[in-house]
Design a protein around this ligand. Structure first.
Ligand code: PLP
Length: 468
């Protein structure tokens, strides 16, 4: 099908808020395509300027300088084309510059760019809150608060949990990532470097084990597992040092992202929910990375049949425009007047981008993520026969992790090898990111086709070979 024909067929029914064909036009050229040594001359120049001026901590795994993006493709300043399996850390859910999202942004930018919802009403804010309430898998009335980033939404949820319950303690998980602000950073326990030097942290936050089955934290075998990883919380903390009536909330990623793309054991989240219900503890699902269709369901928690009291969304919600949200049960989202606010939260342009994104996700991209993701996982598992360094391939939908190990018997993490594979893949035109101790994270836009998965697998095969 030619690009123009595909584009002509793409119409969006705004009445049902669903896209009739959610895919953008095909990219008008060959990809990936590398035409210079990497980094190319223009990229080198920009990287040198960055080194003189930009805050030094923003180090990169590969020297990519982006000029533009379209669909699955990123073009660098020297004309190299990359197949994007990073999607701006799982954010560009509908692909780069999807025409429907661009149109929504342009129209809204021409109408109203800012007025601050703390002070005045505007329709697109309410439209988005209604839409998010309608899709959230929680029974009964719901309310939504719009913010700017994942971390700000996490802070919002933490404040609300303490306010509503009158309790102080909050439980998070080892391996979790919730952001870089003080509350969110306190909850984060992914890598020590993310906390080192920044203490003291928020008081009354404790961490417990996540169901990371490939590296079971309590050394159980899959055959005999009874989710004993939860015992640290139930048998240790709650029996010895923490009265459950003092716990406001448990905040959990339904699939851990930064920690290593880890779908938990199937009984982990339901058991956690039972524990929360039994003790009046709010269950908060951080769907910042795993939500918005990425796992083949709109919310990753739908795979586990749980119903949280709050859901936190960001990243993929608006295809790259900055916005985040906290959805809470109606009776939970009750603030003191003036007790919370945000100047930019729910910016009109970002709201418009989010509404367009939701139409596309509901119009087929979520389903596509499930289908292409399953295909990608199968193809990657087949690669395990060729590369002993592939310890584990796991994921849901297009949230796929390849855990790189020294060997499959010891399962020792091999971060240097992981880095080498990411670099070799980059040299061949595939963008990936690391996560966890030694996992390669594959999180392409949800418009990816099986042909894109085939290209990525072929490049990864060559990259594992070249990495030695
Ligand atoms: N929560 C999760 C699960 C995340 O993965 C992230 C970011 O990676 C955050 C929260 C923080 O989001 P942000 O970087 O937008 O503050």
């Amino acid at each position: 099908m030619t690009p123009t024909r595909r584009f002509a067929r793409m119409t969006v029914s705004r009445r049902n808020n669903v896209a009739s064909s959610p895919f953008p036009p095909d990219y008008p050229g060959e990809y990936p395509k590398i035409v210079t040594p990497l980094p190319g001359p223009k990229a080198k120049e920009l990287i040198a300027r960055d080194a003189r001026t930009v805050s030094q901590n923003l180090s990169k795994d590969v020297p990519l300088v982006v000029a533009r993006g379209q669909g699955m493709v990123i073009e660098d300043v020297d004309g190299n084309r990359f197949l994007d399996f990073a999607a701006g850390i799982s954010t560009v859910s509908t692909g780069h510059c999807h025409p429907e999202v661009v149109k929504a942004v342009q129209e809204q930018a021409g109408r109203l760019m800012h007025v601050c919802y703390t002070d005045f009403f505007y329709p697109v804010y309410v439209d988005l809150c209604e839409e998010l309430s309608a899709i959230a898998p929680m029974r009964g009335g719901k309310r939504v608060f719009l913010t700017n980033s994942g971390a700000e939404a996490v802070e919002t949820a933490m404040k609300l949990a303490r306010l509503r319950t009158g309790r102080q303690k909050i439980v998070g998980f080892f391996g979790a990532f919730h952001g870089r602000t003080y509350g969110a950073m306190t909850l984060t326990a992914s890598k020590p470097v993310q906390r080192k030097g920044y203490g003291p942290f928020l008081p009354e936050v404790l961490h417990t084990h996540y169901a990371y089955c490939y590296r079971c934290p309590v050394n159980r075998q899959p055959e005999s597992c009874a989710v004993e990883c939860l015992d640290l919380l139930t048998e240790s903390y709650l029996h010895h040092s923490v009265d459950p009536s003092e716990v406001a909330a448990v905040i959990v990623e339904p699939v851990q992202g930064e920690g290593g793309f880890i779908p938990p054991h199937k009984d982990f989240l339901p058991r956690l929910q039972d524990l929360c219900h039994a003790n009046g503890i709010l269950l908060i699902a951080d769907e910042v990375q795993c939500g918005m269709g990425r796992t083949g369901r709109m919310f990753a928690l739908e795979h586990y049949g749980i119903e949280p009291d709050m859901i936190i969304l960001a990243k993929g919600i608006a295809s790259g425009m900055p916005i985040s949200a906290v959805i809470a049960r109606d009776d939970v989202m009750r603030w003191n007047d003036g007790g919370h606010g945000s100047t930019f939260g729910g910016n009109p342009v970002s709201c418009a981008a989010a509404l367009a994104t939701l139409r596309l996700l509901k119009g087929g991209l979520t389903e596509n993520a499930g289908k292409v993701g399953a295909y990608l996982i199968d193809r990657l598992r087949a690669l395990q026969g060729r590369h002993a360094a592939i310890g584990d391939v796991r994921g849901l939908g297009l949230m796929v992790g390849i855990e790189v190990v020294a060997d499959r018997t010891s399962r020792r993490p091999a971060p240097q090898k992981r880095h080498a594979v990411i670099e070799k893949a980059f040299e061949r035109g595939l963008l990936t990111l690391p996560c966890g101790a030694s996992t390669i994270r594959l999180s392409p836009p949800l418009i990816a086709r099986e042909a894109d998965a085939d290209k990525a697998v072929a490049i990864l095969d060559a990259a594992f070979g070249a990495a030695g």
